[in-house]
Design a protein around this ligand. Structure first.
Ligand SMILES: [Ca+2]
Ligand SMILES: [Ca+2]
Length: 527
């Protein structure tokens, strides 16, 4: 071949490659994935959140306890994973390692750092387009909180104090095991979870004014909103009153910062928690799809038509319809695990394929999705609470930043590699999760789309249409352990081709006309 001919052949090949890329707007990634598209991240309240337990995340000063500066040092990691939101578990001064018993609502626990560190965290997050929401515990305080100490001291002396009305006190002996004696007084106080956490009386107007002050304090510091702990127990057994509390608090926060984001924990069955959307709150954690007993796990672990892929798509559509019927602006908050549930690896006996697919299902759900730290590497954790909050497993060889376990944690043996090793492995759980978040960040329809079921013949597969802002994508799920072929007629649901996919191994999907061949456990997006 002459030199000139060689050059022109190379030129033609290059031109063909370039035009092929231009045709579908996609680029091939270093791992061979052919469908990388430009990011299309919208700055609204449909985000992908990373739930961080600061205590166990990253230690910057060598005392073995995670801290805000340690978290700041990992923001590039979090941002590279594609997260554009962080939920911080409680950071305020507290007597416990978990810090759900708050002593002072206007400060940072010394173990974690200072308010200046927090301000720097917000600044650094702002630079990366990450919205920070913080845990706000309104059901109870610590017994060491000045409010409670003042109330008990007044009761002991038979004096009056405005703080007495901030809690639930009753004269006489404790009526049940959620009531405890208040110091040396003749009174007892309600503490739903633990005697060290007295329940607040959220009907008290002065307390509400104080809570508004607290919310404004943090919103002014730059937090993007709040995760509201234990909203079902504000008034245990009285959802109407709880909904009223959420409405008051939501209205107040939105009056301070219109685009703030509120998500509440109402740990209950589907019909019970969805009703809370009547409060106008943005989001409620979707307990029906997450956890070991939720729809994702039962679909992947149990055979039979009640757990078929079709039933999964039906459940997705029913959930969205229900939430929107209570609040037209409802944003679902799908999570798969959190600090109170066992870690996902254990739900599937450490089967990496199922762990990946579960995250794929979670991260292709509409709404703001939440991923608990360490889940992206399939960390181990079950049983007592401390076990579920183990030190983030950054590396085997480099212990820098790694924390000590929470007190009383039993040894947790990780079955999967640490972050530094998984980052380098194209087929790791971490890189699967990263790709799933990338798909959310490329396709606004994934998080924001209104769902329509696309009927498929095979019950181990399902498909939904997601429409948002005059654009639609089709998400197809193969929830079986074998390859499947699926046919979706372009005359019924318009699409050009494969837009992206999630595969639990290196196998790729293929579209031939209207016939889509899907590897086992694959999720494919058509557009
Ligand atoms: Ca530290
Ligand atoms: Ca309560």
């Amino acid at each position: 071949m002459g030199k000139r001919l060689k050059i022109s052949v190379i030129f033609v090949v290059l031109a063909l490659l370039l035009s092929a890329c231009a045709q579908n707007g996609s680029k091939t990634a270093s791992d061979g994935y052919k469908y990388n598209h430009e990011l299309n991240v919208i700055d609204d309240n449909y985000r992908t959140y990373y739930e961080v337990f600061v205590y166990s995340f990253c230690d910057s000063n060598g005392d073995g306890i995670g801290d805000l500066n340690g978290l700041i040092s990992k923001l590039d990691y979090i941002s590279d994973m594609g997260f554009n939101g962080i939920w911080l578990m409680p950071i305020m001064p507290s007597t416990t390692y978990h810090k759900y018993d708050v002593i002072d609502y206007y400060s940072i626990d010394k173990q974690y750092g200072t308010l200046d560190d927090f301000k720097r965290l917000i600044e650094e997050c702002n630079k990366r387009g990450i919205k920070v929401i913080i845990d706000l515990v309104l059901n109870h305080t610590s017994t060491q909180n000045e409010w409670f100490k003042s109330a008990v001291s007044a009761l002991e002396k038979g004096q009056d104090s405005k703080y007495i009305g901030w809690y639930n006190f009753q004269k006489g002996k404790p009526a049940s095991d959620t009531w405890h004696k208040a110091g040396n007084s003749e009174w007892c106080y309600e503490a739903k979870f633990w005697e060290g956490m007295p329940d607040l009386n959220l009907g008290n107007e002065e307390l509400r004014a104080e809570i508004e002050k607290i919310a404004k304090f943090w919103l002014d510091l730059g937090v993007g909103g709040f995760r509201l702990d234990a909203a079902k127990e504000y008034y245990s057994g009285n959802s109407e009153k709880n909904i009223e509390v959420l409405k008051w608090f939501t209205d107040y926060c939105k009056s301070v910062k219109k685009d703030c984001y509120l998500v509440a924990e109402v740990w209950d069955g589907f019909s019970a928690f969805s009703k809370y959307y009547q409060s106008g709150i943005d989001s409620l954690f979707n307990f029906s799809f997450g956890q070991a007993t939720g729809k994702i796990t039962t679909t992947l672990n149990m055979a039979g038509s009640a757990n078929s892929a079709k039933s999964y798509a039906d459940a997705l559509c029913f959930a969205q319809k229900t939430f929107l019927s209570y609040n037209p602006n409802a944003i679902d908050a799908p999570f798969f695990t959190n600090h109170d549930t066992g870690r996902a690896a254990g739900y599937f006996s450490y089967n990496a394929d199922k762990i990946k697919l579960a995250w794929g299902m979670n991260l292709t759900m509409s709404g703001s999705a939440f991923v608990y730290y360490g889940e992206e590497i399939g960390m181990t954790g079950s049983g007592r609470d401390e076990n579920k909050r183990a030190p983030m497993f950054w590396s085997n060889s480099n212990k820098e930043g790694m924390t000590n376990p929470p007190p009383n944690m039993e040894t947790q043996e990780n079955h999967f590699a640490p972050v530094d090793e998984q980052l380098k492995d194209n087929t790791s759980i971490l890189n699967y999760v990263k790709r799933a978040i990338r798909l959310r960040n490329e396709n606004p329809e994934l998080a924001r789309g209104i769902l329509t079921i696309i009927p498929l013949e095979d019950e181990e597969t399902c498909a939904v249409l997601k429409s948002y802002d005059n654009s639609s994508i089709i998400v197809v799920y193969n929830l079986s352990e074998t390859e499947k072929q699926v046919t979706i007629k372009k005359s019924d649901f318009a699409y050009d081709g494969i837009r992206g996919y999630l595969s639990v191994n290196s196998q790729e999907p293929n579209l031939d006309g209207e016939t889509l061949t899907m590897p086992a456990y694959a999720i494919v997006i058509l557009k």
